[in-house]
Design a protein around this ligand. Structure first.
Ligand code: GLU
Length: 483
């Protein structure tokens, strides 16, 4: 199935009636990966025939989401509504060939039949189809009609790339409408007519569409077109096992972008919702996923959306990115929280790069890194009492060491990590004490904690002025000493 000589052409066909959600984004991704894996063509089709519910604004949101995820398309966006004449022509062809018929049943009549028919009511053709002359007469009188597809006898089956052999009995499918009485096409007809027009070879979509597939296959056949390969990807459930929805929190792609999730991480996470590359591989670039992707490795079982895992995945990608890529995200958070101004961000790019480098490995999101900035920017430091007991046990001695450090740092030439470290080592030697005896009380004075990143980095990031100020405050709080 994957080794066909014919060109692979897939499509993502969102209806612009809402945001780009997790499910849609995953469908887009699977189509994209499949096209890229096989040198195929990825077409974007906006299914906007439902004019009342579709909007240009939502189309833009969907396109933005795809661009942000890095899912570029080769053809389109094609607007389905532009093809309405073609869809009507397809319905008229079915009519002309006797594969469809005009149905004059009104909504009231249908309701009445349903009510009278009770539970096992079936819409049978003898109710729906009138003799030819009667139909012609009604048309001549201007009576509106729908076009219904004449469902053939037998069964409809296909070899689903995910679910394997799938069979529907045609008996269970009523003659369905393909063209409404206002001559607008119904989804199944529009989708098939477009897939034929676009020469789509593989339809990869959510398995909520499985019940449409037998109808669509019948339409392909009736229109004399080749039936594509279908791959129905499993549903996405929330952690509680219920279908993923708003009640599980953010599900729109735009929300994740705003929350500081990296597109690389979301793409990786989405790919693993229903697909697995085997070999226990989890953290992957989009290139790696492309080289490993296959429809055969899509699960039949539904996938669970675990927000904890998304966070973890984000941390993994965060630590693999160059700091320069993360700095703008962290800066955005610092500006939004009022911690830094735009001007300060522009002036302190090197500082921001160092901040990101210090914390990207341990953080899961950009805002976590931004929060660490407080360590260097806060005006006041709160001392951890356990650290005080441990490192400021002998106030007079500590005071002497902190004074010596202050003097050294005040006179230090360049305020750079290497210089700072060298100066601290020299101070310890001069005091005839170990490096740790200097660093531990100093770290407590500057950060309030007994552990932190390297002291040279911490002082560098805190800056000379603020470091000296913090030392002064610490000096004053050393009980029993003259500040
Ligand atoms: N517009 C349909 C949807 O958003 C597309 C279904 C299909 O891929 O055929 O669900």
């Amino acid at each position: 199935m994957t080794d066909t000589n014919e060109q692979i052409r897939v499509r993502f066909a969102p209806s612009p009636t809402g945001f780009l959600h997790v499910g849609g984004a995953r469908t887009a991704l699977f189509n994209w990966l499949y096209a890229r894996r096989h040198g195929g063509v990825f077409v974007l089709r906006i299914e906007d025939t439902d004019r009342a519910r579709s909007s240009e604004e939502m189309t833009e949101v969907i396109l933005d989401g795809m661009r942000w995820l890095g899912l570029d398309w080769d053809e389109g966006p094609v607007h389905q509504a532009d093809g309405v004449e073609r869809h009507r022509a397809a319905a008229d062809r079915l009519l002309a060939e006797g594969k469809a018929y005009r149905c004059f049943a009104t909504p009231e009549e249908l309701r009445k039949w349903r009510e009278e028919g009770g539970e096992d009511f079936r819409l049978t053709r003898d109710k729906l189809e009138l003799p030819e002359e009667e139909a012609d007469r009604r048309v001549a009188e201007g009576e509106p009609y729908t076009v219904r597809f004449r469902v053939p006898e037998g069964s409809t089956e296909w070899d689903d790339a995910v679910h394997g052999k799938t069979v529907f009995q045609n008996d269970d499918i009523d003659d369905f409408i393909v063209l409404r009485s206002d001559r607008t096409p119904v989804y199944n007809l529009a989708a098939v007519a477009d897939d034929v027009e676009m020469r789509i070879s593989h339809v990869i979509r959510g398995d909520d569409h499985i019940s449409n597939t037998p109808r669509q296959i019948m339409l392909y056949r009736a229109l004399g077109a080749e039936v594509p390969t279908f791959a129905h990807v499993p549903m996405i459930l929330g952690p509680d096992g219920r279908r993923l929805s708003k009640r599980h929190g953010a599900t729109a792609v735009g929300d994740y972008a705003a929350e500081g999730i990296l597109p690389e991480a979301l793409v990786n996470f989405l790919a693993l919702l229903g697909w697995s590359p085997g070999e226990d591989r989890e953290v992957m670039t989009i290139e790696e996923m492309t080289s490993l992707f296959s429809l055969e490795r899509i699960n039949k079982k539904s996938a669970i959306f675990d927000p904890e895992k998304l966070d973890w995945m984000n941390g993994q990608h965060l630590s693999r990115q160059p700091a320069e890529r993360i700095v703008p995200l962290v800066a955005r958070k610092l500006v939004d929280s009022g911690t830094l101004s735009e001007a300060e961000v522009a002036e302190n790019q090197e500082w921001l790069v160092t901040l990101v480098e210090m914390f990207k490995v341990r953080s899961r999101r950009a805002d976590e890194i931004a929060r660490h900035a407080q360590l260097f920017l806060a005006d006041e430091v709160a001392y951890d009492p356990i650290a005080v007991q441990k490192h400021w046990k002998d106030p007079a001695d500590v005071a002497k060491r902190l004074d010596a450090v202050s003097a050294t740092l005040r006179n230090l030439g360049a305020w750079e990590p290497a210089m700072i470290e060298q100066a601290l080592r020299a101070t310890a030697e001069r005091l005839n004490t170990g490096f740790g005896k200097v660093v531990h009380p100093l770290r407590l004075a500057v950060t309030g904690q007994s552990s932190s990143p390297g002291i040279d980095q911490v002082l560098f990031m805190t800056g000379r002025e603020r470091t000296l100020k913090r030392l002064k405050v610490a000096r004053k709080s050393l009980v029993g000493t003259k500040g």
